[in-house]
Write a protein that binds this ligand. Structure first.
Ligand code: NAP
Length: 522
């Protein structure tokens, strides 16, 4: 099977055989991806000349209705997607759900949000300022759709959610998307777009998909376009440094990697409910999607009085995880996405091991045969402990994109916060404590360094959505190393695709533009 690209109203196949996609369990080739020889600038031309006007014909509410129909198509074919995610990404049913149902969920959320916006196509912020002595000259702020294309470059670990969370918000804003999935897992993205194009009656040119080379796409950007990138900080650096991106003036949003942390407060008594909640979340970080979540916990800051018990509890739990081919019904954790990612993760663990002691992992899990261990991209859940986190460097800088977590002890919460900010800015941090005052202090210290903070006390219990899980209501992205980007957060996400203009004029002008439906704060 060869995976092509969809643009200008048709599917196009690359001219070469392309890059193989494999099953990470056994390296069987599943498909090839290729975009060589394709005129990718046509995708942008078509999105500008056909996609923009066809979206402009629809109101916010009508765009929301289309998003709903996209979600319905995806729900219809969900079982096929779960199978693709198992074969190509090594996903268990739970892993696949996070990506596939997460993508469907985000579409449904934005469909509802857009439907509430009604018939308008622009926003006027409520409130005005008088700019002259006489009440004849005022200013207000309006938001209009940017007449450009949203280029969306995604990471391999979320071929569904990563695509739909970006498409949804561009779509509501009236901006056509050109999606570039990561090559290694592009099959699922292509299958979904194929179904949506065939069955959802989307406006012509509103969604294009380029499977294959990414770099030429960046060269197609111009002033009204945007680029939303998700991936490693290394690739992000290349994009930021691109002269074309700089010269074009296109908007840039970067979602990169980060060394996310969790803090276990001194009040999390060993064996108590808070302690159990923290153990549960750390074990998830060491097993769900084989640790391949950008928001995953990488560093655990635990009070020195609790560390030995926490270490034992986590080690005991992860020793019971069944690892293997996710085709098996008893399998709780699959492989990494491919051998290159496994090698990169092992390389990262080697770097961390210079500053840490191995508590568990880094050996063949008892549930895997020697042959499967050798040919599959498996890594056992790996728990490390760093006894000198203040003196260490790698544990705060090296992202192991797999099932690996490092425990570090602290004496005071001030010290814990100082260690966390050594990560240089992260997507998410969590705090396990019943002490609201201490938690509030941590929120103040960690807030500027994070895109999202999750504070768990016993009243929240198991009702929380999880440390790594991105909810569309909440902003996603983090400062510094995490890319300094921001996505989602409900309709706040539309800001990226719209232009805010200060409008100065008379009350008559504002009366003409304003209505109950256009008055809105983004
Ligand atoms: P990656 O290697 O940086 O690739 C990300 C995307 O960039 C892929 O689509 C890739 O295409 C493309 N790309 C590669 N070179 C490019 C270039 N010169 N110009 C433009 N695009 C280029 O990352 P990955 O291995 O797919 O994903 C794992 C990383 O992503 C981890 O570090 C993880 O933390 C991070 N991540 C972050 C978030 C977040 O929301 N912050 C979410 C998920 C993952 P090809 O696949 O064709 O090379």
């Amino acid at each position: 099977m060869k995976i092509g690209s969809y643009f200008a109203g048709a599917w196009h196949a690359g001219k070469r055989s392309g890059q193989p996609l494999v099953n990470p369990v056994n390296q069987n080739v599943l498909a090839h991806v290729d975009s060589s020889g394709l005129d990718l600038s046509r995708a942008f031309d078509y999105a500008r000349s056909v996609g923009l006007p066809s979206l402009a014909e629809l109101s916010f509410a009508e765009r929301g209705a289309v998003l709903k129909s996209i979600a319905e198509v995806l729900i219809k074919h969900r079982d096929r997607y779960v199978e693709i995610a198992r074969l190509n990404s090594g996903n268990t049913a739970r892993d696949a759900s996070i990506d596939i149902d997460g993508g469907i969920g985000v579409l449904k959320f934005y469909a509802r949000a857009a439907e509430r916006l009604g018939k308008s196509k622009l926003f006027i912020e409520p409130g005005q300022d008088q700019l002259a002595k006489e009440p004849v000259f005022f200013s207000r702020h309006i938001w209009n759709t940017r007449p450009g294309v949203a280029l969306q470059i995604n990471a391999f670990n979320f071929p569904s959610w990563g695509m739909w969370e970006k498409v949804a918000t561009a779509f509501i804003a009236g901006v056509p998307s050109v999606v570039k999935p990561a090559t290694s897992t592009a099959w699922l993205s292509a299958e979904m777009v194929g179904d949506v194009v065939a069955e959802a009656n989307i406006p012509a040119g509103s969604i294009s998909l380029i499977c294959g080379q990414a770099a030429p796409l960046v060269e197609c950007l111009s002033a009204m376009d945007s680029l939303a990138f998700t991936g490693s900080s290394g690739t992000a650096l290349l994009i930021r440094g691109s002269l074309h991106v700089l010269e074009s003036g296109a908007r840039l949003n970067i979602e990169a990697d980060s060394l996310n942390s969790t803090v276990i407060g001194p009040d999390a008594a060993v064996g108590g409910p808070l302690f159990a909640l923290a153990v549960r979340e750390i074990v998830k970080a060491l097993s769900v999607k084989a640790g391949q979540l950008c928001t995953n916990i990488r560093r655990v800051l635990v009070h020195e009085s609790i560390l030995p018990a926490l270490q034992d509890a986590v080690a005991a739990e992860i020793s019971r995880i069944t690892i293997g081919d996710p085709a098996g019904s008893d399998i709780q954790m699959g492989p990494l996405v491919n051998l290159q990612q496994r090698d990169a993760a092992l390389e990262g663990i080697t770097k961390l091991s210079k500053e840490t002691k191995l508590v568990a992992g880094a050996a063949r899990p008892h549930t895997l045969s020697e042959a499967d261990w050798l040919r599959g991209a498996f890594i056992a859940p790996t728990l490390l402990r760093c006894d000198d986190p203040s003196g260490a460097e790698n544990v705060h800088h090296v992202e192991v994109f797999g099932p690996c977590v490092t425990l570090m002890s602290y004496r005071t919460l001030t010290e814990a916060a100082a260690l966390i900010v050594r990560g240089g800015g992260s997507l998410a941090a969590s705090v396990f404590s019943n002490d609201a005052e201490a938690a509030a202090d941590l929120v103040a210290a960690l807030g500027p360094w994070h895109g999202r903070l999750l504070v768990i006390d016993e009243t929240v219990g198991k009702n929380h959505t999880g440390h790594p899980i991105v909810m569309p209501q909440c902003v996603h992205g983090g400062p510094g190393r995490a890319g300094s980007g921001e996505e989602q957060g409900g309709l706040r996400a539309l800001r990226f695709h719209m232009q805010r203009t200060a409008l100065q004029g008379s009350p008559q002008l504002f009366q003409r533009l304003s209505s109950a439906e256009t008055e809105f704060t983004l």
